[in-house]
Design a protein around this ligand. Structure first.
Ligand code: PHB
Length: 391
């Protein structure tokens, strides 16, 4: 009897039979510390998905297990991902705010038979580090390339770039320069700052001295972005006519109340604005605001998480709840749907999301609240970074 049970268990495992009826999803993100608001947005997006779609896919109930990695910390991310796979027996890994945290966990996926759905981390190369990665956020190549065109159209010939010195920053710098030079512009100086930088006043003098007509900046959303925009205003760059160009990370909605009037007119390109005008977004925002508690805290990681849960639900449906990473990923290649951000598709070759990128300007609504106002759409943008990697 014992022998039979063991043999049966081995055969069942080999066939990839589901772990009972509960399907665990392990979500890694910053849930405490300076970036806790970003992790809170992951959770709000996931809870909004459950509020609108329920927690069940067929007979299978989704259970989310959260793990906190407060800042970029690859060693901690890897060990928590391992613990989620081995001890918690999660069938899916998701979340990952920072690129180094996502990168550190991708080597575990194949052996663990676990897909990873990246809900934020934005370096192009992440999807190439394992065939089991799918991404529902954006890349900085995707968001930074269009702003270069906007710059040129606005008559900017010389720009200076400032980025955090790690994956998405390096990608953003290269993307902006590549696109801006293609438009005939020139980058007079490229500054990379340590990820931990929070005092940007010294950089502002370098920007003034550079002779650039505009600055392009990428930093990870959170305390650094708020500090940078404040430094831009307080050091007289706006007054000196140096145009501000950035990816939408710099004007996330949750930073806008603290920026106040000084934020007005800032132009950015991004995949999502909380103000996006569509029925899908209205339903999403209502559910996500309820989930987060304070509507002023809602920001873009929530939409990456919401769509990430949609992708996971489709994976569960396709594999009938069985743990089968290969077929789960296969099932969502080419998947198209209407996200709160607009129409999207999981590119079947890259497993990264194809989406509209919007030019936005910080404006003040009739209710007195600041928001990112969409003013131009760059439709169906793939990831130019992946093409660049192949060169
Ligand atoms: C990243 O580490 O990939 C990252 C983090 C925050 C952002 C964008 C990218 O706002």
């Amino acid at each position: 009897m014992k022998k039979f049970t063991l043999a049966f268990a081995v055969a069942a495992l080999a066939a990839g039979v589901a772990h009972a009826d509960t399907i665990k999803v392990g979500v890694v993100g910053p849930f405490s510390g300076p970036f806790a608001l970003q992790g809170k947005n992951f959770k709000a997006g996931i809870d909004a998905f459950f509020a609108l779609n329920g927690k069940k896919v067929g007979d299978h109930e989704i259970e989310v297990v959260y793990r906190d990695v407060p800042t970029a910390n690859p060693a901690q991310s890897k060990s928590l991902a391992q613990e989620l796979i081995v001890r918690e027996k999660v069938q899916y890994l998701a979340g990952f705010y920072f690129t180094p945290d996502a990168m550190a966990a991708t080597p575990l996926l194949q052996q663990g038979n676990v897909p990873m759905v990246v809900m934020n981390a934005a370096t192009s190369a992440i999807v190439t580090s394992s065939p089991y990665v799918v991404r529902t956020s954006f890349t900085t190549w995707q968001t930074a390339s269009p702003i270069a065109k906007v710059a040129k159209d606005a008559g900017v010939a010389k720009a200076i770039t400032l980025v955090s010195d790690y994956g998405p920053g390096v990608d953003a710098q290269t993307a902006f320069k590549t696109a801006f030079e293609k438009e005939g512009g020139s980058v007079v100086e490229s500054i990379r700052m340590p990820l931990s930088t929070n005092d940007f006043a010294p950089m502002m003098q370098r920007v003034k001295d550079s002779g650039a007509q505009a600055l392009f900046v990428f930093l990870p959303s959170g305390p650094p972005t708020l500090a940078f925009v404040k430094a831009y205003n307080e050091n007289g760059l706006k007054a000196a006519g140096i145009k501000f160009l950035a990816t939408g990370d710099l004007t996330q909605e949750s930073d806008l109340p603290a920026l106040g009037e000084a934020g007005l007119g800032l132009t950015t390109t991004f995949h999502y604005a909380v103000s996006h005008d569509s029925p899908e977004n209205k339903a999403f925002v209502a559910a996500a605001e309820k989930a987060i508690g304070n509507p002023a805290e809602l920001s873009f990681p929530a939409v990456g998480a919401f769509d990430g849960m949609y992708v996971i639900s489709k994976m569960i449906e396709a594999t009938k709840g069985k743990q089968d990473a290969k077929n789960a990923v296969e099932a969502v290649k080419g998947l198209s749907w209407t996200s709160p951000r607009g129409p999207v598709t999981i590119d079947p070759d890259s497993r990264h999301i194809t989406q509209n990128i919007y030019l936005r300007e910080v404006a003040k609504g009739s209710d007195g609240k600041y928001y990112n106002k969409e003013i131009q759409t760059f439709e169906k943008q793939g990831d130019p970074g992946l093409a660049a990697l192949k060169k």
